[in-house]
Design a protein. Sequence first.
Length: 695
Amino acid sequence: MTQTSTYSICGMCTCRCPVQVDVVDGKVKHVWGNPHALGGHQLCPRGAAAKTMEYDNERPQYPMIRDGKRGTGKFRRVSWEEALDYVAEKLAAIKKKHGARALAMSDRGGPHREFHKTFLSAYGSPNYFTHHATCSNSVHNAHMSVAGQPRNGVAYDVGRCKHMVAFGRNFFESLKTNEARSLIKMIEGGGKFTFFDVRWNFTAAKATDFQIVRPGTDYAIVLAMINVLLTESIYQKEFVSDWVTGLRELEEFVQPYTPEFAEKESGVPARFIVNLARDLAAKAPSVIIHPGWMTAWGANDYYLRRGLYALNALLGNYEAPGGMVFSKGPGDCGVKVRQLTSIAPKPETSQRCDGIGDEIKHLGKGWGMLQKLPQAIISGKPYPVKAYFCMRHDPLNSLPDPEAFKKGINKLDLFVVCDINWSEMAWQADVILPECTFLERTDNISNLKGLKPKLALRQQAVEPRFDTKPRWWIFKELGKRLGLDEYFPYETIDDYLEWSLEGTKFKPADFKKTGVIPLTKNEIWFDRKTGLKFKTPSGKIEMVSTMLTEAGVPSWDAYVRPAKLKKNEFRLITGKTAVHTQGRTTANNPLLNEIVSENPFQIHTDRAKALGVKDGDSIQLKNGTAVATGKVTVTDFIHPEVVYTLHGFGDTVPLRTRSHGKGVCDARLARGALVETIGGNCPVTDAVITISKAK
Ligand SMILES: Nc1nc2c(c(=O)[nH]1)N[C@H]1C(S)=C(S)[C@@H](COP(=O)(O)OP(=O)(O)OC[C@H]3O[C@@H](n4cnc5c(=O)[nH]c(N)nc54)[C@H](O)[C@@H]3O)O[C@H]1N2
Ligand SMILES: Nc1nc2c(c(=O)[nH]1)N[C@H]1C(S)=C(S)[C@@H](COP(=O)(O)OP(=O)(O)OC[C@H]3O[C@@H](n4cnc5c(=O)[nH]c(N)nc54)[C@H](O)[C@@H]3O)O[C@H]1N2
Ligand code: SF4
Ligand SMILES: [Mo]
C-alpha cells in the first residue's frame, strides 16, 4: 500500500479553501482542510464530497463534437487533436472574416483564469465576461465608484469586529468556511451581529438581532442609518475629514430618509434603526457593515451598495482593526509572481460588444455584462460576434431566462464549452473540451490576500480517470495551432511554475511542504493617517464620485418603493444551501444529491391560507410563458411578499441521472430579468411570479 498526501486548493466552490488530499494506491481516500493554512479548519459538506465527485462517471469523459441538432445531446467522440484542430480552424476563419473581436469568452472568475485570459488577449478579443452579472457586479462597481477599489480590494477583519451588520449576506449557508468560523467566534466572544433578511435562515438563527424586511427596501434603511449618523453628528470625524469628500451633498441627499420613513417602507421599527446607528457609532471603527456578496438583486442595487460603503466610511472602519482592511498581496511583501497575462498583447480593439467603455462609461471592463451578449450576437451590433468560448461557467442556469440566452447561442458559428460536468451549456455546445477535475490537475499560482498574504497552489493529487486535460495544456495547444506559442512559454506545468516564480526566492517545490508560502510573519497595516490607497481621482473616498459625474451618472438616486403586488403575486427570491454549489457544480453529486435533491417553495402562512394551500401541497408558479409546478413549504418566518427557493435545480440534461428533472429551475421563472441595470447586474430578485394551487 502506498499512501501520499498532497496539499492543494478545493475546487468544489469558489472559496478555494486550502486542502490536504490523502491518496492510497492512486485513489483519493479523503479530502481534509489543510492543517497548515487558515487555522486548519475542516471543510464544508461540498469540499468533503470532492471524493464522490472524483469517482462519479456521470461527466464528459473525452472530447466531443456535436453530431446532431443542438440540444439533442448527439455528440461524437473525437481525439484531442481533432477537437483542438476543429476549434482552431474555425477560430482562424472567424478572425479572418470578422476580426478577432468576433470571439467572446466567459468564465466563473477567480484566480485560475490566467491560461484562458491569455489565450483570448493573444487571439485579439476584448470580449471577456465573468459570471458577475449574476453575482457581484453591482457591489464591485459601487466600490470602484466610492473608493476606486474592487469589492475584494478590502477584506473583513471579522475576528476583531465588535458589531457586524449584514443585509442578506447568508454567512452560514452561502459559505466561506473561514469567514463563517470567524463570525461565530466573534459572536461567542460577545460581539454583536445584526442581520436583515426577507426570511428566517440559519444566519438569522445565529444573529444577536434579526429583522425581516420587505424585499427591495434595504436602501431606505441604509439611508436612514446615514441620516442618523449625520444629524446626530456621531460619525468618525477625524477619519472623515482626512479621507472623505462630498459629505455635504450626502447630508443633503439623505434628509428626507428618516428612520420613520424607513420604518414605513421596510417594516423595521424606527427605534431599531436609531439604536443600531448609535451602537455602531459607539463601537466604531471596529465595526463592519457588510456590503454584500451575491448582490444581483434589483434595479436599484448599485445605490444600495454605494450606501453601504458610505456607512462604512462614516464609521471610519477602513484599515481599522475589526473593520474593513485593505487586502494585501505579494506586491506588499516585495514579491512579484509573473503571470502570462503580463506578456499577452493587448486586444486589437478595446471596443467591447456590451458597450462598457463606450456608451457605458462608469462600469469596469474587467467583468463585463454577459446579459448583453445574446443581444450583441443576434443584432450584430456594435459588430458581429460569431464565436463563444464558455469556460467553467453555466449561464443557461445562472443567468435569468435561459430561453432568451439560447436564442443568442443558436446564432453562433462556433460554441465551445470547457467543463468537468454535463452543464446546461455543454449540452448545447458544438465542441466539448472536458477538463480534468481539480484533484487531477495543477493550476497557476494564486494569492491568498489579506493582512498576512500567502501564495497558494492547486496541486495535482491523482491521475486523470478519463481522457480529460488541464487548462494549462488546453490553451497552450490551442495557442500553438493559432500561431500564439510565444504567449505560452512552457512545455510542462513545472516549466510554467518555474517561469512564474523566476525573480522570487521561491521554487515550485516550496509548495510541497505545506501547500502555501507565507509572504510575511507579521500582519501588514497601512498608516490610517497617510497610507490609505483609494484609487479614485481625488485619492479619497468620494461621496460624490468624480468618475460618475464625468459619465453623467448621478452619485445618489432616490429610493424607489417596490411595486405593489397583486393578489397571488410574489417576489421570487432564491439563495444557496450549505450542501450545494450554485447551479450545476454539485447538483448531481451522488452524496450531496442524496441530502438535498429538490427545491420546495417557501411562503408565509397567511398567503398560503389565502391561496388555499398547506405545507407539502403542489403549487403552480407562473411568469409569462414560464410555468412550473413545485412543492410548497409554509412558514411564519418569511415576508408575506416573498416566495423563496433554492437556486440551481430543474436540471434538463438527461445524462445527469440524479439531478435531471428534479425540482424547479428558478432561472426559467426569472423571465424578463435578463437586462442591464445601472450597476451592471441582472435584477434577479425583481422577478414577480403568480402562484396558484396546482390542479
Ligand atoms: N454552500 C454554498 N456556499 C456558497 C455558494 C454556494 O453556491 N453554496 N456560493 C458562493 C458564492 S459564488 C456567493 S456569491 C455567495 C453568496 O452569498 P450571499 O450573498 O449570502 O447570497 P445568497 O445565498 O444568494 O443569499 C442571499 C440572501 O439574501 C436574501 N435576500 C434576498 N433579497 C433580499 C432583500 O431585498 N433584502 C434583504 N435584506 N435580503 C434579501 C435572501 O433571502 C438570502 O438569504 O455564497 C458563496 N458560498
Ligand atoms: N436565480 C439565481 N441565479 C443565480 C444565483 C442565485 O442565487 N439565484 N446565484 C448567482 C451566483 S452568486 C453565481 S456566482 C452564479 C454562478 O453561476 P455559474 O458560474 O454558472 O455556476 P455553476 O452553475 O456552478 O457553473 C459553473 C460551471 O463550472 C463547472 N465547473 C466546476 N468546476 C470546474 C472545473 O474545475 N473546471 C471546469 N472547466 N469547469 C468546472 C461546473 O460543472 C458548472 O457547469 O450564479 C448566479 N445565478
Ligand atoms: S467553502 Fe467548501 S466547497 Fe468551497 S472551497 Fe471551501 S471546502 Fe471547498
Ligand atoms: Mo457568486
